[in-house]
Design a protein around this ligand. Sequence first.
Ligand code: BEZ
Length: 389
Amino acid sequence: MNITRIALAATLALALPLAAQAQQAKLKVGLMLPATGTFAALGTAIENGFRLYVTEQGGKLGGREIEFVKVDDESDPSKATDNVNKLVKRDNVDVIVGTVHSGVAMAMARVARETGTILIVPNAGAQAVTGPMCAPNIFRSSFSNWQPGYAAGEVVGKRGHKRVVTITWKYAAGDESVAGFKEGFAKATNGQGQVLKELSLPFPNVEFQALLTEIASLKPDAVYTFFAGGGAVKFVKDYAAAGLKKNIPLFGAGFLTDGTLEGQGADAEGLMTTLHYADGLDFPKDKAFRLAYAKTFKLQPDVYAVQGYDAAQILAIGLTATKGDVKDKAAFAAAVRKATIDSPRGKFTIGKNHDPVQDFYLRQVVGKENKPMGVAVKGLADPGRGCNM
Ligand code: BEZ
């Protein structure tokens, strides 16, 4: 062996273990979710779903063992930038997963765009995230606020309701859900449907009484609403207690009755909502998921658990394509864009703006379940307005 070959062999001997070591380095996933406040249960379900998928893969995605770093974002937009910066700059996470609240998610997307960190949004539907703020490193496993709203608008219009009142929290998710509803309603009624009044209250207030009195005096054919978590439990109970349920049909984006039925009891019975998930879908993937989830967490899963599970699936698809390298963002995005994701909700794809293209079900509450009544809108894609990618 000449000197050069000896030097080369020595370099390789040193480099190989280092490469192998690098391959095995744990992948840090920053989970930024609410653990307190009105959306706390939603955050827990997302984390459970995410962890379930990782456990099913033996604790590794794309060959990398997964390590979690957690932050409670409290669904508080004013703390969001500090919280996400802690994960990215102090804890040096490789990937961020979060969150539930649209206002918090927009701050996360801003930091993801600045730093290039991969962000997977497992709930928050803020239009901006897959609209003007869209980016090759930002993905959503859930929905845009427009999507379930639009599907509900079509349902309400097709059922012959002409005079509607909307009621929601005054923040991005509520406003965008109502805007989607109005678009679907206008389409289904050929522009003949009227929205009599758009009622709202600040997030996360639950003092609904004055607004319910106003609904009673307006006497609409139907009411459309976006509420979720603890607020949805209270709204459904108050709507029934005000005597409105028996006279004015209440429709909602499916968050109104998902993960909330234990708390709502009989007051939710018969309510109709639109969502990309339902209880008792006839997919083998859903049956296996529900069984595994119930066994692991001693709880029934909901839409949030599905979105967490699918956020982990999206991460796995990207990491498998890049052999665990989060820096190869082009290959990561290309793999996700061409994938068909086998979800408990049914198979779906990721659209050009990185929001799911998926079926929206009409569901009705029967006992403790949101039973599917059929597909309200098939393969619904968010319009991706303002996304240039
Ligand atoms: C949101 O803020 O985007 C949101 C929160 C709860 C359920 C659905 C959407």
